[in-house]
Design a binder for this molecule. Structure first.
Ligand code: PEP
Length: 252
């Protein structure tokens, strides 16, 4: 990946192979006018990945997973390794706040997953972000810096340029209450300067990004695009969000 507009859908635990197929067909048509202007990926549940790779075989639209395990194979019931994903996906979300909060994913696990993905030439989309409590206590910069240092501090300079980071304030995810463009931009500037410098990494904002606020968010110099949950579940809304985000990016 190189710095440039990047929009990833996070479908979370929604969609099945049939609805994923319908979505892919509809979205491919909608995305035709702008598919060459941005890197776009659909991060889908594991069971949808094969269907998406068939449907999007001739398309520029990328495919992503939402998690992986770092060991290539073994007695790890229920897990899917980065190596198993290699043929199916271009990118993979790591360290989403839902996985950290509900499934105990730690920064150390994030670090291992990132290395496993890079070894398979899959782009990690690494999520960081502070809780409402941390935000209100003025600890946002400290929190995201700690996550970046612990999760990405082991990377080489070359690897730093091969990752995507999504700044997702936890209080903004699924709440309809996005961070302000200026505040998100300032926090992403902090992330860029952490762990020895991440100037080359693609930086996304995530947390209630919608068609209505994507332009203003993407006009900020540090915001290269979005990781989009709710608004990505409808192909029309996701397409509109990308069009508006690209307008913002062009204006900066
Ligand atoms: C997400 O879960 O990554 C996310 C950004 O969700 P939403 O867009 O619904 O806030």
């Amino acid at each position: 990946v190189s710095r440039g507009p990047f929009f990833a859908a996070n479908w979370k635990m929604y969609m099945d192979p049939e609805t994923a197929r319908d979505y892919a067909n509809a979205f491919e048509l909608l995305a035709e006018p702008f598919v060459d202007d941005a890197y776009i990926a659909l991060c889908a549940p594991f069971v949808c990945l094969e269907t998406l790779s068939e449907e999007l075989e001739d398309s520029e639209i990328g495919i992503g997973a939402q998690d992986c395990y770092w060991e290539p194979e073994g007695a790890f019931t229920g897990e899917i390794s980065a190596r198993m994903l290699r043929e199916l996906v271009d990118c993979c979300i790591v360290g989403h706040s839902e996985r950290r909060r509900l499934f105990g994913e730690t920064d150390e696990m994030v670090a291992r997953k990132v290395s496993a993905l890079l070894a398979q030439e899959i782009t990690p989309i690494v999520c960081v972000g502070e809780s409402l409590e941390e935000n209100q206590a003025g600890r946002t910069a400290e929190r995201v810096t700690a996550q970046v240092v612990a999760g990405l501090g082991h990377l080489t300079d070359e690897q730093r340029g091969a990752i995507v980071i999504a700044y997702e304030p936890i209080w903004a995810i699924g709440t309809g209450l996005a961070d302000t463009p200026e505040s998100a931009n300032a926090t992403i500037a902090v992330i860029r300067s952490a762990a020895g410098g991440l100037d080359q990494a693609v930086m996304l904002y995530g947390g209630s990004m919608k068609p209505g606020n994507a332009e203003a968010l993407c006009r900020q110099p540090n915001i290269d695009g979005g990781l989009v949950g709710s608004a990505s579940l409808d192909p029309g809304a996701f397409a509109e969000l990308i069009v508006n985000g690209l307008k913002g990016g062009d204006a900066r």
